[in-house]
Write a protein that binds this ligand. Structure first.
Ligand code: UD1
Length: 349
C-alpha cells in the first residue's frame, strides 16, 4: 500500500526482492499523490510496474483523506485477502493501510517501524505510533528504532532489517556514476550550490514561518536550488509570497535520480525532509535541518546534521566545513529489502 512520494522509493526494492524469491507482490496506490512529478515519474524511473489498483483519493483534510482511503482499502482487502499487507513509512496512506488490514484480521507489516520525533504536533508522528501499535510485524530500519518499539512494549513483533531507502540510494548512485542513466538531467547551477527543500506542514502552513524560511534561504551567499513541492507551491501562492528572490532557484519537483544527482553535486543540504537528511548523510554532505528534532538521530552524530529551527546564523551553519567521514553505516548495507521479505516469508510459516 503506497500513496505518497517517499513510499514509492521504499516500494521499489521490496517489489524487486519479492520477485527475487518468487513472492507475488501487488501494489495499491491510494492516490494521495497524483501529479506525475509526485508519482508516475517514480514508477517509471525506479522500474516499478503500474499499481494493480489506484483508489484515486487525492487531497483533503487529514481525516477526510484517511477516511476515504480506509473505505477504499476495506472494500479491496475484503475481496483480495492477501497473506500480508505492507504499510510503508508515516503518511496518511500508511495509517489507513494498517487500520484497514488489522480490522479485517489480515496480517500487516510496518516497514520503517519505530521512528519517533516525540513531537505530537506532527501528523507523521500520529501515523507512526498508530501504525506500529496496529501492526503484527515491525520492520525497523535501525537498532535505535527497535529500542523505541521495545520501550512501547512492542519488542516481540520487531525485527531490525536495515533501511530500504539505502538499498535504492546505493543502486541509483551506482547508475549515475556509471552513467547508465539517461535521466541524469538535474538542472543545476555552475559552481557551488546548496540544495534545499521545504514541505512539512509546520514550515509551509504558517505565513510568518514560511516567509522567514524563504528570506533565510534567499540570503545565503551561494545559489540555492529549490525543487518545489506542491504543498510549498500552493502556500506560496495563497500567501502572496515569491520564491523568485535572492539566491533562490526554484525548480519543478525532482525525480529520484535527479534528487540524488542534485545532492551529489551540492556543497550542503538544507531541508525538513526525513529521507533527504539520510541521503545527504550517506552521500557525505553537511545537512541543516530546520526542525526542532529529527527522527534520524544517527545523522546528528559528529555534526553531520545540525538542527536549526530558529534559522539564526543560517549561512554559517549551512556552509560549515564537512566533518570527518566515519566508517559507521547505521542504516544498513543496502540489503534491507531482502531481509524484510525474508521476515515476511518467515512470518508466514
Ligand atoms: C505527505 C506526507 C508527508 C511526506 C510527504 C512527501 C502525510 C500526513 N504527509 O505530505 O509525511 O513527507 O507526503 O511528499 O501523509 N498536492 C498536489 N499534488 C499532489 C499531491 C499533493 O498538489 O500530487 C498538494 C495538495 O494541495 C495537497 C498538499 O499538496 O493538499 C499536501 O499533500 P498531502 O498528500 O496531503 O501531504 P504532503 O504535504 O505531500
Amino acid at each position: 500500500m503506497v500513496g505518497a512520494r517517499p513510499q514509492f522509493v521504499k516500494l521499489a526494492p521490496i517489489v524487486k526482492a519479492c520477485a527475487g524469491v518468487g513472492v507475488l507482490h501487488q501494489t495499491v496506490h491510494t492516490g494521495q499523490h497524483y501529479e506525475d512529478t509526485m508519482s508516475a515519474v517514480f514508477f517509471d524511473e525506479l522500474d516499478i510496474k503500474e499499481p494493480e489498483w489506484n483508489l484515486g483519493v487525492g487531497s483533503g483534510s487529514h481525516g477526510a483523506q484517511t477516511g476515504a482511503m480506509l473505505a477504499g482499502l476495506d472494500a479491496l482487502l475484503s475481496l483480495e485477502r492477501p497473506d500480508w499487507v505492507v504499510a510503508y513509512g508515516d503518511t496518511n496512506s500508511t495509517v489507513a493501510a494498517a487500520l484497514a488490514a488489522v480490522k479485517l484480521r489480515i496480517p500487516v507489516a510496518h516497514l520503517e517501524a519505530g521512528l519517533r520525533s516525540f513531537n505530537r504536533a506532527m501528523p507523521e508522528e500520529h501515523n507512526r505510533v498508530l501504525t506500529d501499535h496496529a501492526a503484527d510485524l515491525l520492520l525497523a530500519p535501525t537498532e535505535r528504532a527497535a529500542s523505541h518499539l521495545a520501550a512501547e512494549g512492542l519488542a516481540e513483533r520487531t525485527q531490525v532489517v536495515g533501511d530500504v531507502m539505502i538499498d535504492v540510494l546505493f543502486d541509483v548512485v551506482r547508475k549515475i556514476e556509471s552513467e547508465e542513466s539517461v535521466l541524469h538531467t538535474c538542472p543545476r547551477p555552475e559552481g557551488d550550490y546548496v540544495l534545499a527543500t521545504i514541505h512539512r506542514a509546520e514550515n509551509t502552513d504558517d505565513p510568518m514561518r514560511l516567509s522567514a524560511l524563504i528570506t533565510g534561504l534567499a540570503s545565503l551567499p551561494v545559489p540555492v536550488l529549490l525543487p518545489v513541492h506542491p504543498r510549498l507551491r500552493d502556500h506560496v501562492v495563497a500567501m502572496g509570497l515569491s520564491l523568485e528572490v535572492g539566491s533562490l532557484l526554484p525548480v519543478q519537483p525532482f525525480s529520484y535520480f535527479e534528487m540524488v544527482d542534485a545532492v551529489m553535486g551540492s556543497v550542503a543540504v538544507v531541508t525538513d525532509s526525513g529521507g533527504l537528511q539520510k541521503e545527504a548523510f550517506v552521500l557525505g554532505k553537511p545537512i541543516t535541518t530546520f526542525r526542532t528534532e529529527t527522527e534520524w538521530t544517527e545523522t546528528l552524530e559528529n555534526g553531520w546534521n545540525v538542527l536549526a529551527p530558529d534559522l539564526e546564523g543560517l549561512d554559517q551553519i549551512v556552509l560549515r566545513d564537512a566533518p570527518a567521514l566515519s566508517a559507521e553505516t547505521p542504516y544498513g548495507d543496502g540489503h534491507a529489502a531482502d531481509a524484510a521479505v525474508q521476515a515476511l516469508v518467515g512470518g508466514q510459516s
